[in-house]
Write a protein that binds this ligand. Structure first.
Ligand SMILES: NC(=O)c1ccc[n+]([C@@H]2O[C@H](COP(=O)([O-])OP(=O)(O)OC[C@H]3O[C@@H](n4cnc5c(N)ncnc54)[C@H](OP(=O)(O)O)[C@@H]3O)[C@@H](O)[C@H]2O)c1
Length: 236
């Protein structure tokens, strides 16, 4: 049985940085609830962490679906009354010149990266208590525009605005809201992007996750409002 009666909820914990966060929380004996949209990813995560089956709840759900958000709420209700850490991590990307970005791609990026965290947070707000932490996964693309990345940058700039408003709104309740701006990290998110990406200069997802984890765990007198992590070579 987990020693600590703590819960983390992570969207998109089946891959990349989210998956590494899942691993860190499980090793810290925190109960983990996570989901992602592809069944294959859910099955693999459960298999890889089968030693932690008493601590890990992982299921298939699409953050862009209102029906699935209701399902998520139902699952969380069945597991806990309190979420100690809510990590809005799910993310997606497509790139290309503005003239070529299809409406479907724009809608998907905004739905997963911006509307997703907004509605998921709204759905789970009732589980957050004094000293709970919300971590929203932004990017270097939350502060800088890049050619061909307009949809992704729009979603991440938007997420930053949401995060800053949420922080002020939840401050009286002593719920902490953290925004992480992360540079290029070697994860599967790059695999389906047009172009050639040299992953050798990117940060490791294990190391990025560890810094995020250490930044949000067990703080009493310190609010970590912002985290900005970049590869040593800077913007790649
Ligand atoms: N890697 C980087 O260089 C980098 C840099 C800055 C910020 N970030 C941000 O960090 C976060 C994690 O990204 P990552 O690099 O670790 O990418 P990743 O390995 O592709 O992980 C993304 C996760 O989001 C899930 N996801 C995607 N669409 C979803 C949907 N509709 N519903 C539910 N879950 C969905 C994916 O699972 P399914 O496919 O199974 O749904 C996966 O578990 C993202 O917000 C990303 O924007 C990444």
């Amino acid at each position: 049985m987990p020693k600590k009666n703590k819960f983390v909820f992570i969207s998109g914990g089946t891959s990349g940085i989210g998956r590494e966060l899942v691993s860190l929380f499980l090793h810290e004996q925190v109960n983990v609830i996570t989901f992602s949209s592809r069944k294959k990813n859910v099955i693999n995560l459960k298999k890889d962490f089968s030693d932690y089956s008493n601590q890990l709840t992982c299921f298939q759900a699409d953050i862009t679906s209102e029906k699935d958000l209701n399902y998520i709420h139902k699952i969380v209700t069945s597991k806990t009354k309190r979420i100690d850490y809510l990590i809005n991590n799910s993310g997606t990307n497509r790139i290309g010149p503005i003239s070529k970005i299809k409406a479907n791609d724009w809608n998907q990026i905004i739905s997963v990266n911006l509307s997703g965290p907004f509605f998921l947070t709204q759905k789970l707000l009732g589980f957050l208590r004094k000293d709970s932490v919300i971590l929203n996964m932004g990017s270097i693309a939350s502060r800088t525009g890049f050619p061909n990345w307009a949809a992704y940058c729009s979603s991440k700039f938007g997420l930053k605005g949401f995060t800053e408003s949420l922080r002020e709104e939840l401050r009286p309740k002593k719920i902490r809201v953290v925004h992480a701006e992360i540079g290029a990290t070697d994860t599967p998110i790059w695999d389906n992007l047009d172009g050639k990406w040299d992953k050798s200069g990117m940060m490791l997802d294990t190391e990025v996750a560890k810094v995020l984890f250490d930044s949000i765990m067990n703080k009493s007198s310190v609010n970590v409002d912002e985290i900005f992590l970049m590869p040593p070579a800077g913007i790649l």
